[in-house]
Structures are given as C-alpha cells and as structure tokens.
Design a protein around this ligand. Structure first.
Ligand code: F6R
Length: 260
C-alpha cells in the first residue's frame, strides 16, 4: 500500500511527457499483442497534450490490432455540445482519437473513444450510464490524471467525498479562473458545472498515473508531500490510499517538493 507521495521528477515537460507516453504504450501494446482488452482513462487540459503527442508517435511503429483498446475520459463540461470547440470531446478527437485512427484504422474513435455526453438532458442518467459502460468494459486498467491547483482530480473539487461516483459537479471558483484561459479569458464563458467520474470511480482504476508540470502546480504538490492521510480538502490526497499510483512531475512543479 502506497501511503506517501513520492514523485518521479523529470527535468522538463518534454521528458515527462515522453516517459508517460511510453509507460502507457508498453501496457497498451502488450495487451493488444495478447489479444486482451485494455482501457485507459484519459484526462484533458494542458498536462497530457505532450503525452498524447508522443503516444501517437509510438503508435506509428505499432502495426497490431487496436480494436480492443478503449479510452474513457474523466470528465466533460455540462452543458456542452460535443460539436463545440470548447468540448473535451473535440479535444480528444483532435489530439488523440482522429490521429490514432488515421495511422491505425483498427482504432475506431467513435466506438472506442468514450466520453460523457455534455448535452444529455438527464445528467444523473448519463452519469449512471457512464458507470455501467466502464463496468461493462471490465474497468479501467490505467487512469491518467492531471491535478488542479486546488488539488482537484477530474472535476472533483475540494469537499467531494472519497467514495463519490460519476455525477454532476460544480466547478470551484479557482478552477473557473484557471480554465477561463481556454474561453478567451472570460470567466463568464466557463460552464459552472461538469459531469465527472467520481473519486471512487477513479480509485477503482487498477493503476493510476498522475502528471503535473509547471510552477503553478508546485504549491499543491508541496502540500501533498506533507500529507500522510487523505483529506476531503484535497481530492488528490485520496490517491495516497491507492495501491498502484505513480506521480510523474517536472522540475518546475517539484520546486517546493524538493525543498522539503
Ligand atoms: C481534465 C481534468 C482536470 C485537469 C486539471 C489540470 O480532464 O479532469 O482535473 O487534469 O485541471 O489541468 P491542466 O493540465 O490544464 O493543468
């Protein structure tokens, strides 16, 4: 049982991304060669962009069948039309599903790229459906996570209980302020709610990789460093109880961590 936060520190974002991509690639390609299903939980935001770029590069060398490779995303704004450029659906389509399908047509993004429906009329029904989809796939093999400056994972903001399941959640003011950069700097344009996997849903993943890059993440990582027990105030702290979690961070994010 992992009860401490002991990150692997990379010199920069590029090496962190390359390493994360290769960790994912090894697992996915091994499962595909063994004709086993493999499900990766995907994150959006800035942190995984480099990972997806390198993962696509690695897949260029892989000629095997990817029809049992599935991706399930952590979250989607609500309400959000999937055709909107601001949707996480479009982010995934552009950065991962479409480029992968182009180099290996055995990956069908429409079927194998799974994400919450931000325009579902009944948010609770959509959340329940998503939990069922994950269960029917056999669960998540490895979940990729970023971390919010307030310690959120997915859109589970401080205060969310550690056993929460997929559902409709409210974005914290801090998250709206950080994410407004993706909405032309206008906080009023950021949806105030989202559908997100719960902390319990994330914790059910067999392995978890959390990545963090840049100085803005240094304070929350230094707080994580001091914790020995999970606290509702820091959603990422529940990961301390996960048996197989890896933290990959770069020097800038590790600034305060190394000072301890
Ligand atoms: C994204 C997500 C969020 C982000 C977090 C960090 O799907 O669920 O928890 O991982 O907000 O975002 P970036 O990577 O943009 O700093």
């Amino acid at each position: 049982m992992n009860t401490s936060f002991s990150p692997l520190i990379f010199p920069d974002y590029e090496s962190l991304s390359r390493h994360t991509a290769s960790e994912l690639f090894v697992r996915i390609s091994r499962a595909m060669e063994q004709k086993k299903r493999f499900v990766v939980g995907m994150a959006t935001g800035n942190s995984p962009i480099g990972t997806y770029k390198h993962l696509i590069e690695l897949f260029k060398e892989f000629k095997g069948d990817l029809s049992e490779f599935y991706t399930v995303n952590l979250d989607e704004y609500y309400p959000m039309d999937r055709s909107s450029k601001d949707s996480y659906y479009q982010y995934m389509k552009e950065l991962f599903w479409a480029p992968l399908a182009e180099i290996n047509p055995s990956f069908n993004g429409e079927r194998q790229g799974i994400i919450l429906n931000g325009s579902a009329s009944d948010a609770s029904a959509e959340a329940l459906r998503y939990e069922t989809v994950i269960q029917e796939l056999g669960g998540i093999d490895v979940q990729l996570l970023g971390i919010g400056t307030n310690g959120h994972i997915g859109f589970n903001e401080p205060g969310q209980p550690g056993d929460s399941r997929t559902g409709l959640v409210k974005l914290a003011e801090e998250t709206i302020q950080v994410n407004k950069a993706h909405f032309g700097g206008d906080a009023d344009k950021v949806p105030v709610e989202a559908l997100s996997m719960g902390i319990g849903t994330i914790m059910d993943a067999r392995e978890i990789i959390l990545i963090a890059s840049g100085e803005s993440k240094a304070p929350i990582l230094s707080t994580m460093m001091k914790l020995t027990e999970p606290t509702d105030d820091i959603p990422a702290s529940f990961l301390l109880k996960h048996p197989k979690v890896y933290y990959f961070i770069d020097e800038a994010a590790a600034k305060n961590v190394k000072m301890e």
